[in-house]
Design a protein around this ligand. Structure first.
Ligand code: 5AD
Length: 346
């Protein structure tokens, strides 16, 4: 296949995506990344959207083989922030000029419908910020209530589009059910983000191509492609981490295929490569999701080992990121950074 011809195509099929993911020649890989950067500029512009994350509980009822928060991990010290603590941190994030708050936790039923609604409503009363929930699979009626309380977006990774791998990695969960949640969330008006992990045991390039195509099929507002990183005290603690270059190629192909979806340069990528955030932003990404969880909680949100910036003081995070973003000629956005799909439908 001629790489230049391929990169000019309006739509890529599965075989073409697999071919691009398999590129090994450095010059060809650079052409792919450059094309993704160009598509990103055309569809998303030069603004980078910051999403401030609060990891408010590391309790989890699930037992995903790859994740350090899995309930069988008895070695991890667990914590829960109170709703008022969460609201206070959210206000600090807003005061730093960040207009999306991501409320994230393990699947933790301790927080009932009303407590989450209280957090959402209290944050929204202060400022016109976007609220993204990342709480795992919850009851459909809860999604509805939280939407009414003011939630705007929901982040729920599909992890892998291969149903066999999905079933093998998640004892009590099925891919079909996950996809039902995604469909329902979209139906009731959430902006929905999903995504995969790269470098899962037995995952093929075809599987990764299917991950990208799934994000397209569901017309997702945001799609995150991050490397797997082994987590201590999990069944996969000795597995190999995902490959940085394959992650960058995946992000680049995803940008070309998904066009105007938000794509983050993930913290997992930055954990494996010191320059991961910048490399990601140059390979199609237009979003960064810094962690504002205060100490002593942040170091306990160990979904994997040695998370980038985990020992840094979040007070300095905004200015540090801004410097990095401006060093490559980009700009930190001062808007909520809603879905481009939503904006274009208005
Ligand atoms: N490596 C990379 N990402 C992980 N996640 C969980 N465990 C790992 C890991 N070991 C991601 C998954 C999940 C979210 C909680 O974090 O995508 O959805």
């Amino acid at each position: 296949m001629d790489i230049n011809e391929l990169l000019k195509k309006e739509n890529l099929n599965r075989d073409e995506i697999v071919y691009l993911l398999g590129l090994s020649d450095e010059k060809e890989i650079n052409l792919l990344l450059e094309r993704a950067d160009e598509v990103r500029r055309i569809y998303c512009g030069d603004e980078v959207h910051l999403r401030g994350i609060i990891d408010f509980s590391n309790y989890c009822e699930q037992d995903c083989l790859y994740c350090g928060l899995r309930k069988s991990n008895k070695k991890l010290p667990r914590y829960r922030m109170t709703p008022d603590e969460v609201v206070e941190v959210a206000h600090k994030i807003i005061n730093k000029g960040i207009f999306t708050i991501v409320l994230q936790s393990g699947e933790d039923g301790y927080y009932d419908t009303d407590q989450i609604a209280y957090i959402i409503y209290s944050i929204k009363q202060k400022a016109d910020v976007a609220i993204t929930l990342s709480l795992g699979e919850r009851d459909f009626e809860e999604y509805r209530t939280w939407k009414i309380a003011g939630a705007d977006r929901y982040l729920i990774k599909h992890e892998t589009a291969n149903p066999k791998l999905y079933a093998a990695f998640h004892e009590n969960q099925k891919l079909n059910e996950r996809l039902e949640h995604i469909r329902f969330l979209k139906e009731i008006g959430y902006q929905v983000g999903s995504g995969n992990m790269i470098g899962l045991p037995n995952q093929t390039l075809e599987d990764i191509a299917d991950d990208i195509l799934l994000c397209k099929e569901y017309d997702l507002d945001m799609a995150a492609f991050g490397p797997f990183i082994p987590a201590p005290d999990t069944p996969w603690e000795n597995k190999k981490a995902g490959d940085v270059v394959l992650t960058l190629k995946t992000m680049a192909v995803a940008r070309i295929v998904l066009k105007d979806a938000h794509i983050p340069a993930t913290t997992a990528l930055a954990t494996l490569d010191e320059d991961g955030r910048i490399k990601g932003l140059k390979a199609g990404a237009n979003v960064v999701m810094p962690d504002f969880t205060p100490s002593p909680y942040r170091e306990k949100y160990q979904i994997y080992a040695d998370r980038r910036c985990v020992n840094d003081n979040p007070d300095y995070c905004r200015s540090c990121l801004q410097l990095q973003i401006e060093s490559i000629g980009r700009k930190v956005s001062s808007s909520r950074g809603d879905s481009f799909k939503l904006l274009s439908h208005k």
